[in-house]
Design a protein around this ligand. Structure first.
Ligand code: AMP
Ligand code: FE
Ligand code: FE
Ligand code: ZN
Length: 278
């Protein structure tokens, strides 16, 4: 078992630095990793440099928050050019959306009589792509909640009083955006979203792969998506979705993709790059 292709760093809502991710990957004997921070590729250069030092294969990635037919869907991008202008321009828009959403959530929390400053959330997040976990951590740090779970339960979960919907790009646009940046588009953790009915539309838009192996997929779920990968001729990926220490034990290396599947992904990316994108 070779690769963990779903990892978050402190450039989104993970806690690890690039150095920590790569040190842990080495300890875990991983042959390849991808960084898939939410709506950013900011950490990729640093992780690539660390990987080069210790002989781990690195794949540039990001996890785009998108939607299709009113369902939130996360689309993983692999092997994209991290300097692609259109990709950077589009994700920058969604980073601004994330920052504005933090201000709205903080205002709602304040309206409930709980003191919290947006600037404190931004200082703790210290990244361009902040999210609800940063609000939760700030609430815990300032003693307003005992645990992150409490923060989500009281304020931040969908339907709770400080929850704010997030405007997202369409999943079909996300696939096109990834392709024009030379990458492969993969449906993340389909078992979490339970939106199998979206798959034919995504396939028609050029979806390249599906994340069959994931921390939250029991074996029967992985088998189900391996069946769909076969049915729709999709590449198979997998990863732990490690967020560092934010959810207790770090997950890096606990979900792995075989070298065979990883090599197929690499070959597909190489084939994509050899064809000029219009
Ligand atoms: P956002 O991108 O701001 O919508 O935040 C989504 C992130 O919040 C996901 O990556 C999850 O890791 C995290 N998250 C969602 N629900 C919970 C929860 N109940 N407890 C802890 N973390 C959560
Ligand atoms: Fe996350
Ligand atoms: Fe996700
Ligand atoms: Zn993720």
């Amino acid at each position: 078992m070779y690769a963990d292709l779903h990892l978050h760093s402190h450039y989104s809502d993970g806690t690890f630095t690039p150095e920590e991710i790569v040190a842990r990957a080495k300890q875990q004997n991983l042959g390849a990793i991808a960084l898939t921070d939410h709506d950013t590729v900011e950490g990729c250069e640093a992780v690539a440099n660390e990987c080069a030092k210790v002989g781990i294969e690195f794949v540039v990635g990001t996890e785009l928050t998108s939607e299709h037919n009113d369902h939130e869907l996360h689309i993983l991008a692999y092997f994209v050019d991290p300097k692609n202008e259109r990709l950077l321009r589009e994700i920058a828009k969604f980073q601004i959306v994330r920052q504005e959403r933090i201000r709205e959530m903080v205002a709602k929390i304040n309206a409930l009589g709980v003191p919290l400053k947006a600037e404190d959330v931004f200082a703790l997040a210290n990244c361009k792509s902040p999210g609800r976990p940063h609000v939760a951590r700030t609430l815990v740090r300032h003693g307003q909640c005992r645990t992150l779970d409490e923060a989500f339960e009281r304020f931040l979960k969908k339907g709770r009083p400080a929850w704010v919907p997030k405007s997202k790009m369409s999943a079909l646009e996300a696939i096109e955006l990834i392709h024009q940046a030379g990458g492969l588009a993969v449906m993340a953790h389909p078992g979490l979203n339970r939106t199998d009915e979206s798959i034919p539309d995504l396939v028609a838009a050029g979806l390249d792969g599906i994340e069959c192996f994931h921390t939250k997929h029991p074996p029967t779920t992985s088998q189900h998506y391996l069946g769909l990968a076969n049915k729709y001729s999709l590449l198979v990926t997998g990863g732990s979705d490690c967020h560092g220490l934010s959810k207790g034990k770090p997950l890096i290396g606990t979900v792995r993709l075989t070298r065979e599947h990883f090599d197929k992904l690499k070959a597909a990316a190489a084939a994509r790059k050899s064809v000029p994108v219009k």
